[in-house]
Design a protein around this ligand. Structure first.
Ligand SMILES: [Zn+2]
Length: 184
């Protein structure tokens, strides 16, 4: 049994036949598209300040289990986990975020095959031989990131200000108009 040293050239059928399990971690910097969305790269325009570790990023941890389902579809049940910083879209400061995501990849060669998969599967296109699973993991992380990253209300500088402003501001009930309509 040899351990693959990285995930960029994975042979799904070979691993599925052996019901192989792969666990390990990769440096965050291998995930360039995710790194672009991380807080530090967005804020630190000059690369020289890179050493100040105000924004620790963890490695990307993964657990992958290969096999076939009852339809002889090659699949990979997996888990990916990474801690990173995102930019809060309310106060623009760093907000810590943990991606902790389960998935089932199904390896398919055509769009038709992909369309026939159960909804719980995520299709990963491959040539029937090898696949870059690091790319697939990166897609999975990107999917798991919030569209609107923000602090919890109590932790966000801006949210505190907004909340207190709102409480002193008397707003008409959104149902006021509805009540009028119901009277008719
Ligand atoms: Zn915030």
């Amino acid at each position: 049994m040899k351990e693959p040293c990285h995930l960029e050239n994975i042979e799904p059928h070979k691993l599925a036949q052996h019901q192989s399990k792969l666990t390990g971690h990769l440096p965050f910097s291998d995930f360039v598209r995710v790194e672009e969305l991380a807080f530090s790269s967005a804020a630190n325009v000059d690369d020289e300040s890179d050493e100040g570790s105000a924004s620790p990023k963890s490695d990307v941890h993964y657990e992958l289990a290969f096999g076939y389902d009852e339809n002889r579809q090659a699949i990979c049940s997996g888990h990916v986990k990474v801690n990173m910083g995102l930019q809060c879209q309310r106060c623009m400061n760093r907000v810590d975020h943990q991606v902790d995501s389960d998935f089932v990849f199904a390896f398919v060669k055509t769009d038709e095959q992909a369309a026939q998969l159960p909804r719980s599967y995520e299709p990963v296109m491959f040539d029937g031989y090898a696949v870059n699973l690091r790319e697939a993991l990166e897609d999975e992380i990107l999917l798991a990131l919030p569209a609107f990253p923000a602090h919890d209300d109590g932790d966000c500088e801006l949210a505190v200000a907004t909340a207190s402003a709102e409480s002193t501001n008397e707003k008409p009930s959104p149902f006021a108009g509805l009540t009028e309509l119901l009277k008719k």
